[in-house]
Design a protein around this ligand. Structure first.
Ligand code: G3P
Length: 218
């Protein structure tokens, strides 16, 4: 399973790149607004650091506008993936871009039916938002199970399941158990993957005992 970092903060990306865990980046307009920086400059900087896919979202709401924006965003770097909303216009744009071999990430997916039509339009990635479904009392991970079941029935579907709106370590574990292709993680959630209280406790005990030996490795 690949890990993408869900942020537009270049400093944070630089820091987390060191972990060796980052296969790509996803951004969205809210994350760009949070960064307070120029979108195109952000994308340029990220592309210097990350060789994997970098999702950049269009802001037009009509197909023609989306295609025009996609052209500009794609020119920034060859690893830019065009992020499109799961609307009728977004999927028209997805069909056009995929016919031109431009990679797409169809976002704001909240149902298996939406995921199915995105795949039929040639989406490279589908982004179901699990946390936001949990927020309204549904089970976000059930959506991932449904999409996986549908996509697995058809060999010609190449669309990758990119689990988004990930909030917890359990979302990551379940994504792996279901066989999702990618999870995009907020930096704080990625940091939590290292943590277990027994690791801290065990390490402390080992180091305390080591001290008693009066030995040194170096
Ligand atoms: O990048 C889209 C997605 O991951 C958003 O997450 O936490 O705003 O629901 P969230």
């Amino acid at each position: 399973m690949e890990f993408f970092l869900d942020t537009a903060d270049v400093k944070v990306i630089r820091e987390f790149k060191e972990t060796g865990l980052i296969n790509g980046i996803t951004t969205n307009p809210s994350l760009v607004a949070k960064s307070g920086k120029d979108f195109k400059k952000i994308l340029k900087e990220i592309s210097k650091m990350i060789k994997g896919p970098i999702s950049a979202e269009v802001t037009a709401i009509d197909c023609k506008g989306m295609i025009a924006e996609a052209k500009i965003l794609s020119n920034i770097s060859k690893n830019i993936v065009i992020k499109l909303p799961l609307t009728e216009e977004g999927l028209k744009a997805c069909k056009i871009l995929s016919s031109k071999k431009i990679k797409t990430n169809v976002t704001l997916c909240f149902s298996a039916a939406q995921a199915l039509i995105a795949a039929k339009c040639g989406a490279t990635y589908i982004s179901p938002f699990v946390g936001r479904l949990d927020d309204i009392g549904e089970n976000g991970m059930n959506l991932i199970r449904e999409i996986k079941a549908i996509y697995s029935n058809y060999k010609n579907i190449k669309t990758k399941i990119l689990v988004a709106s990930v909030r917890t370590v359990d979302h990551v574990i379940e994504s792996g158990m279901i066989g999702a292709d990618v999870v995009t993680l907020p930096p704080a959630t990625l940091a939590k993957l290292y943590k277990h209280p027994l690791t801290d406790k065990g390490l402390k005990a080992f180091l305390d005992d080591w001290k008693k030996t009066n030995q040194k490795i170096l």
